[in-house]
Each structure stands twice: as C-alpha cells, then as structure tokens.
Design a protein. Structure first.
Length: 139
C-alpha cells in the first residue's frame, strides 16, 4: 500500500486554476470599406496610454465594411482600448502634419479628442468577473 501511495504522490498535479477571466467583446463600428485591416490595442493603466503606450494585448482582423468583433480574455481590472483602420496595411496609423490621423480611429467610451490625445481616465473601461461588450465607433 505504501508503494501505491508513494507512486500516487509522485504523479504530476494539475496546476492551480488561473484567475477568473471575463470575456471582453469589442465591436468596431463604422468601417467604411473592406480594404486593409482593423488594429485594436488593449492597455492597462501603467502602460503610459496613449503616449509611448505599449498595449497589454493586441488584435488584428481583416476589415469588413460595417463592423467587426474582436474578443479578449481578461482579468478583472481597468483597461483602455484604441482602434484604427489600417487601410493600406502598413502596420501603423498614418498621420498628416502635426500628427492628425489620416486613417479612421477610435477609443473606448467613444472619446473624441480635440487638440490632444485622450487620457487613460477618459477611455477607461472597468471589467469585472462578468463578460462585457463594448462598441468603438471609428471616426
């Protein structure tokens, strides 16, 4: 019996359950055509959003006129999202003089910045343990 018990104890044990994660579904709306791709970044508060920001997670999907949905599995917390329609598929948001975007873009809470980039607080979305759906309207 002790050999059986020793063998049983030597078996690998399952890893502890990961923290509960919720599903965050983001619907990007007002996509004007099927060219290029939609880029979406998910940011945590410490990421320096939006200047010099490094997204915590990213998603990319082919553009589809109208809207697309992208899904993240996230731990409860505060996040901000930024999206743009990379029409020419060059992997960056093309801008005019003074940094004004040429390509359609949008932020969580549909914040519309005027003369400067929005703050994290303006774009903050609080995710609990329940699944959440948000909409970002491209401009």
């Amino acid at each position: 019996m002790s050999i059986f018990l020793a063998a049983l104890l030597a078996l690998p044990r399952p890893a502890p359950n990961p923290p509960n994660k919720a599903t965050l579904t983001v619907e990007i709306r007002n996509i004007r055509d099927n060219e290029g791709r939609i880029q979406l970044g998910l940011f945590k508060p410490s990421a320096g959003f939006p200047d010099k920001a490094k997204p915590f997670d990213t998603r990319m999907i082919a553009a589809t006129k109208g809207s697309v949905q992208l899904v993240f599995a996230v731990e409860p917390g505060e996040y901000a999202l930024a999206a743009y329609h990379d029409i020419n598929s060059n992997g960056k948001l093309d801008t005019r003089l003074l940094g004004i975007p040429k390509e359609p873009y949008g932020f969580s809470n549909n914040v519309r910045p005027r003369m400067s980039a929005p703050s994290f607080a303006d774009c903050k979305v609080v995710i609990g343990h329940d699944n959440k759906v948000i909409h970002i309207q491209l401009k």
